[in-house]
Write a protein that binds this ligand. Sequence first.
Ligand code: B3K
Ligand code: ZN
Length: 877
Amino acid sequence: MKTDTAPDKVNKTWLKDYQQPDYGIRHTRLEFELSPQKTKVLARLQIGLAPDRAEGEPLILDGEGLELVAVRIDGQALAEDQYEVTDTQLIIPRVPVSFTLETEVFINPAGNTALSGLYMSNGMFCTQCEAEGFRHITYYMDRPDVLSTYDVRIEAEKAANPVLLANGNPVQSGDLPESDERPGWHFAEWSDPHPKPCYLFALVAGDLAHVEDQFQTKSGRDVTLRVFVQPENVGKCDYTLDALKRSMAWDEETFGREYDLDIFMIVAVDHFNFGAMENKGLNIFNSAYVLASPETATDMDYELIEGIVAHEYFHNWSGNRVTCRDWFQLCLKEGFTVFRDQEFSADQRSRPVQRIKDVRRLWQSQFPEDAGPLAHPVRPESYITIDNFYTATVYNKGAELVRMMKTLVGADDFRRATDIYFDRHDGEAATVDDFVICMEEASGRDLGQFRRWYSDAGTPEISVTDNWDNGNYTLTLTQKTAPTPGQPEKPARHIPVKLALVGTDGPLTDEELIELEGEAKTLTFSGLPEKPVPSLCRGFSAPVRLKQALDVADRLTLIQSDTDPFNRWSQAHLLAQDLIKSFAGQGKIDQPEEAVFAYANALGVILQDETLEPAFKAEILRVPTESDIVRSVEIIDPEAIGTARKTFRSILLKQLRPLLMQAWEANRTAPPYSPAAEQAGQRGLKNTALALLMAEPDDEVMSLIQKQIETADNMTDEAAAVSLAAFADRPEREQILAGFYAKWQHETLVVNKWLAWQALSGLPGALAEIQRLMAHEAFDLRNPNKVRALIGAFAMENPGTFHLADGSGYAFFFDRIRELDPVNPQVAARLLTATENWRRLEPGRRGKLSEKLKALCATEGLSKNVYEMAERLADGE
Ligand code: B3K
Ligand code: ZN
């Protein structure tokens, strides 16, 4: 690990400095002799000077933490004075125009706790190379615009590693001759004919079982599909395989994209820094997004598996066949691929509910990012480490930009544009601009102003004013974006606004698309029978905030009478949020109590509406979390928010109790369990009703909880009931939690849920409980899933405990960051996003948290990951 700290030692990389590489790597051959502490890597690279470059450029390869044994050019060993090795590079001043470079290095996979490069998870070897992990494996031009074909040979002890996998197609395998040094070894060779950047390289070796299926592509290619897992999990892969087949068929149907190798593999590993990785032909997944059985996985787990399997598969075209020129273009593959997986899920499940979930996610993580010290453009301009820019802005806002372009050019031209893009840039490293150019060419539209969405950070706010005059209605939309770090001026953006006017009995106009390009736009309507309520940004047509002065009655009109399901939900969610804020003394609604009665009535009508799907009802019934309120207030006072939310839930419950009981009863699903949308929606509604009933956890409701725990035949119902018990101040709590642990202690993914529920509890003593759990056998700082379950859930989603007034939550959190940083800097840095709202805290907490950030920033020996985050967070103080 690199341990630069002082700002002057930390190099920033800038988009404006991009230069094409001096050399290309035509072909890469890698030979691995795997051994946990000392793996040998031989790299044989066919290198050539780039066509437009003059001879004499030095060859500079990236490499970190490598023990270099030999360097050869065209078979000739280089003397030590013919090259230079630094902490991060191998520099060869003089090389021929075209040559073969061989390097031999040793690396230590077992010591790699950062989980970047080649590392070990539960005894198996695996890799993670995006973004810059390959340089921990061998010396290479570790940048996405160097594309090469690969041959890989893996040698390893057969008993411990019967399975040896790499990218591409299998070539040959067999036993190695017996020898004293390597008794019982074998080998496998793989070949990947598709040129790829090294971040897509992957290798896996271990004792794995697999499930298998076949897929025939539209043009008749037979593809073997395999999902590899630890042998005890082989019964939990069927859904992953099924989701994969559906993804392959969908991408052919929707984007005309076929798979291009003879085999597609997914491998599940327990130690993984994020969700999954799209390595060519050999996706490596966090086991949480592969393994599922009705007894151990929730509906939400199934949904995530489906979405992530699709996402990684779709990268085969949007990311792998067409990759990124440099890491500033990350949204080119990530934003587009998130858009693709969102569309897939919308087609597999309920489109309106999918849209609600996608926007909920954007509001939870991207809007706060855009409004705080970590704000950055979808295409950032600089970074210390790109690891810190795998953000909601790049991914989720990036997806919204693709969605807006589709709205602007229309579905047919959008599909023509993606065809042009894939054809034109196949086998290349492209830029965001290349993508937008394809949209322009296919549609004939000028997207010049639209490009600001990529370069300008911040969420535009659209203020809405209107005037009603005897059947004539005028509506004025005005846009404004607040300054963000480094960007004081924000010119107007090109914003697609879908709108309709709604009356008490439903829409008064058809939906139309308005393009807001200037600062403001005024629209006039005549002949309307009543004063309408404008339904704006229907389907969330643009990632903006609407500033609309609607009274409660108008908002209820939209909740009840709009035909756009997204706006019905968003109005309900935002009204609930405003009501809670009003109870906390920060809202604009007078007499919030009466308004809650009216709101409850509206919810009651929705609950009884037979035409609405249960999943939609569940979304609308879900009370905003404390974190939702924290995100939406100007000044964060966690205690006032906690109390206000309780008040709101209690009043709602008083009004709705019989209907909630009925919803709980009526939505119990009949066996057998199915993870498909319909049943999942019913369980979602039943368990959301139960959650609201737990606003007053009396004996009657606790008996429902107990009954559900005892009779559940699936983890969704069991988890819902046990987690609600974990949040309740009831005598049964301890015994329910202990019983759950005793039952599931051998299922690590289930135990992670148990850790998270306790980390989310807002009960007095929650912090002490979390501290105790750090020492529990179920916790392990080296496993990112466990870190996220316990520390991540506490810091990100338990504001009452994280922001304890005496600062003890902060002290605990920063101790953990310091402990984790030397183990896994990427995960430690990511956790720090929990502090991004510190400037909005009430003064007491604000002072305490900013002190902690400043102290962290000044700490010697931080990783550059944590240093960069702390510096951006504390900047200006
Ligand atoms: N491309 C990977 C993310 C890699 C993150 C590296 N820090 C997974 C994905 O987005 O599909
Ligand atoms: Zn991705």
